[in-house]
Design a protein around this ligand. Structure first.
Ligand code: SF4
Length: 612
């Protein structure tokens, strides 16, 4: 079997033991890697109903067949576990040197189970695994932890680590790597913290098995240069993802004031141009020649690396239009290991709930200094407010009551990304049916939808586009494991990816083969969900209720008086289900599952929930 090492490292923190396990060629071809491996492994190995913060939960770190291979933007890894935020499968990807180091150590994935008896650093070097004391950095932020690790092992090692948020089981704590990379929004950092696992450090020296290493090297090296050239020509990475902020403001899609407003006259103060002008450093993931991590000096003079999501949610969504202060909020999230998106949405919800009288408190929109204090309270789970904030917006809304759940900006417990879908039905659907709760990573339909002026359409073509994007983004990119930005931002053709895959594996896959894999993964995500929530209904695939409310519509601007139409959204959702072969609850039918080769998984899920 070429293209895969054929091995998974299983580590038990309770017994301080490890095993090198083999997987079959059939497993590799059915699940590919990354998210594909993770959905299958966790479905087979986790019992529904377990405590996501208990020792029985497992953390999967999974790479893809092109991970660690020099080719455009292959420096990403998937981290997955049962989510403490959503209560079912959760995952994320992040740029990290674990990508090539773990593959060079001889593994395509690792599974971490059990719980250590003391703060632990897991050190992996080829066939060696050590369980080392992490007390010197327990209680410390991710920047200090990373520095401590680099000082001991050098900068070339792969690192995954957590900050105080992960240690204190904040439900949206992320895993961090390198200077500014983060992943695992639905609390993967808290899962590490629950295992007293402060960091994973990986070093590998073996060659990664490839069918045609010379051919792959020639193609990969040339393509890295070409991507760099196109990026320079288009200028995309000058503003990176933040280039979208001015556009979101123009088309009334910016989150402002907990998504109550869609534009703001001061938004230019935090847009991509201002960020580029304030740039003091640029960072990126391994094997990337279009690096998009733009760092500025924050209000306190520290380096803070920003992208659109954190500017949108920690900036405009909180009415903070001072770029240096947005940088400070972002720096704190990064250092504590908090997900910037969920943190921004949760703070926005808190200010909104106070404004609407659902609770009492001293936090107001625009108060960056108080927002900084609140992030600290959340990361340390300090006091009543800190504990409420640490649980995310949905749990907070349920604690407050007074109808506040309508404006908790989340789906299935995961907070939405920085796209205000008051009147963008396709993007609202993308949030509603994303595999792990509201995430923009899987079907970023918004530009397609607005560029073609199909904003007020709820037709089947829009559901088809969401599926097409899910196949590409949530399926192929998350399993082959590569960054989607060369494709989405600078027009790097999708055909490059099966070509890389075939060069390393010796197989002959087409994009259609990738789409079959993607459909299998999406069906598995739903099986994970229904196994945990047997009474699932189509309402679980609805976006936040506030987007449907007429009294929440903009009073002026391009979408004045407009809002999502409830009945039409329901029809759009039905188009999605029909095209996917799901029943009216949004669950794949037995027939669909059989077609996807998932009959055994259907039987396993049917022990917990009724399948049609
Ligand atoms: S484009 Fe940005 S997110 Fe993608 S690999 Fe490069 S630095 Fe990482």
């Amino acid at each position: 079997m070429l293209g895969w090492t054929g091995h998974i490292l299983r580590v038990d923190l309770t017994s301080k033991t490890f095993k090198k396990e083999s997987f079959t060629e059939e497993f590799a071809k059915t699940w590919l890697g990354g998210r594909g491996f993770a959905v299958k492994i966790l479905f087979d190995e986790l019992q529904p109903g377990i405590d996501p913060l208990g020792p029985e939960n497992k953390l999967v770190v999974a790479l893809g067949p092109i991970s660690g291979i020099p080719a455009p933007n292959t420096g990403k890894a998937v981290v997955a576990a049962k989510s403490p935020l959503t209560g079912f499968y959760g995952d994320g990807n992040l740029g990290t040197r674990v990508t090539d180091q773990l593959r060079k150590a001889g593994y395509d994935a690792m599974i971490v189970e059990g719980k250590a008896d003391r703060p632990t650093l897991l050190y992996i070097e080829d066939d060696k695994v050590e369980f080392l004391a992490a007390e010197p950095v327990w209680g410390k932020g991710t920047f200090a932890t990373n520095d401590w690790i680099y000082a001991r092992y050098g900068k070339g090692v792969g690192v995954l680590n957590i900050g105080q948020a992960g240690e204190n089981l904040v439900r949206y704590a992320v895993i961090r790597s390198m200077e500014g990379r983060a992943g695992g929004r639905p609390g993967m950092g808290a899962v590490m913290g629950s295992k007293l696992l402060k960091a994973i450090v990986v070093k590998g020296t073996k060659p990664i098995p490839q069918a045609d290493p010379a051919g792959m090297k020639a193609v990969g090296t040339a393509d890295l240069k070409e991507v760099h050239r196109i990026d320079k020509d288009t200028g995309w990475s000058r503003q990176g993802t933040t280039g979208v902020l001015a556009w979101c403001d123009e088309v009334a899609a910016l989150p402002v004031h907990n998504f109550r407003q869609t534009r703001h006259p001061e938004s230019w103060k935090i847009d991509g141009q201002r960020l580029d002008e304030a740039r003091v450093a640029t960072y990126g993931c391994p094997t990337c020649t279009m690096r998009c991590g733009i760092a500025i000096h924050d209000h306190e003079g520290r380096e803070s690396e920003l992208d659109y999501e954190n500017v949108g949610l920690l900036g405009s969504n909180l009415d903070v239009f001072d770029l240096a202060q947005v940088g400070s909020l972002n720096y704190l999230c990064d250092d504590y290991g908090l997900d910037t998106m969920s943190a921004g949405c949760t703070l926005g919800f808190y200010a909104d709930a106070i404004e609407h009288g659902a609770t009492e408190g001293d936090f107001r929109f625009g108060d960056a200094e108080r927002a900084k204090e609140l992030l600290g309270l959340a990361a340390r789970r300090e006091g009543k407010v800190g504990n409420l904030l640490a649980d995310g917006s949905l749990r907070m809304a349920r604690a407050f009551g007074h109808g506040s759940e309508a404006y908790a900006m989340q789906v299935k417990g995961l907070e939405v990304a920085a796209y205000n879908c008051k009147f963008i039905p396709g993007m609202a659907l993308a949030f509603g049916v994303a595999g792990i709760g509201a995430h923009h990573r899987e079907a970023w339909i918004i530009t397609f939808e607005l560029k073609l002026s199909t904003r007020d359409s709820y037709g089947p073509d829009k559901a088809a586009k969401v599926i097409e994007l899910q196949r590409i983004r949530g399926g192929m990119f998350e399993s082959i494991v590569a960054c989607r930005f060369p494709w989405i931002e600078i027009g790097w053709e999708l055909d490059h990816y099966p070509k890389y895959f075939n060069l390393v594996t010796g197989l002959d896959w087409t994009l259609d083969d990738m789409w079959k894999l993607a459909d299998r993964i999406y069906a598995m995500l739903k099986l994970h969900y229904v196994r945990e929530f047997p009474n699932a209904t189509r309402k679980d695939d609805y976006p936040p209720a506030v987007w449907f409310q007429p009294d929440n519509a903009d009073v002026d601007g391009p979408i004045a008086g407009k809002h999502l139409d409830h009945d039409k959204y329901d029809q759009l959702l039905q188009h999605y289900y029909d095209q996917r072969g799901y029943d009216r609850r949004g669950i794949p039918t037995r027939e669909t599952l059989a077609k996807l080769g998932l009959s055994r998984e259907a039987e396993a899920a049917a022990k917990y929930a009724t399948l049609s």
